[in-house]
Design a protein around this ligand. Sequence first.
Ligand code: 13P
Length: 281
Amino acid sequence: MSLVKMSQLLSDAKKGGYAVGSFSIANMEMVLGVIKALEETKSPAIIQIAEVRLKQSPLEIIGPLMVAAAKNASVPVAVHFDHGKTLEKITEALDIGFTSVMFDGSHLPFEENASVTCKVRELAKKYGADCEGEIGCVGGSEDGSENIAVNYTSPAMALEFYGSTKVDALAVAIGNAHGNYKQTPKLRFDILEETASLIPVPLVLHGGTGIEPDDFRKCISLGIHKINIATATFDSVERTVRQAYCSEKIGGYYDLQAAEVEGAYLNAMKHIEIFGCAGKA
Ligand code: 13P
């Protein structure tokens, strides 16, 4: 039984100089694939789902599955509600037993973002859960439905935001964006370094898909301790299934299911190695 809080994983990661993967999942096969990789490498991690994805994976069904999988894992796993937009769904996630929630008010005016994030943090505390906020605006959107421009985090505003919200983790925008990058992103490490020097809690890097291994490592050395990976998981699952069909490895439904688990497993294994969290469970 090892459902844990995000803040516990992130404070260990900060002390140990590594990052914890926060893997988006959409179904049971992806959960099983990620947990298999975590158990095999003895890694802590976070599994998450974003509010925009609930139309495909309803929270009342996928949520209890995620919590049960974390409880049954032999390694510490936090269950996170990613890019929360409404108090209604954030509350539903907390009722189900998620151990952290994000409120994404990055597109809102500063005051409104800070005041709703404060409310969400207070709500999460009542459940003994953690809260992540975002300042600046990560590019793209979690489900690719919008092409939001990157609005770089201002370190001074990040400090003001942290001062008024006291979030447990803070997502920053340093040139990162959701989805597949059209060209290799040029991350603003100067912004990251300055922000990390001002904010005492771990920083979060969204848009992990397509960031180069060396850039990940540099981000970790400068204060990123939670890295969100979504598109890479979905792409790996789809690719693994397609390859299995092409090489005639799929003779029935359960071979298809096994290929889905394998796709999520391979992607988690790749990122665990880069993030330096293997053996830290
Ligand atoms: P990617 O889809 O680019 O990996 O982004 C994931 C993410 O940041 C989810 O919050």
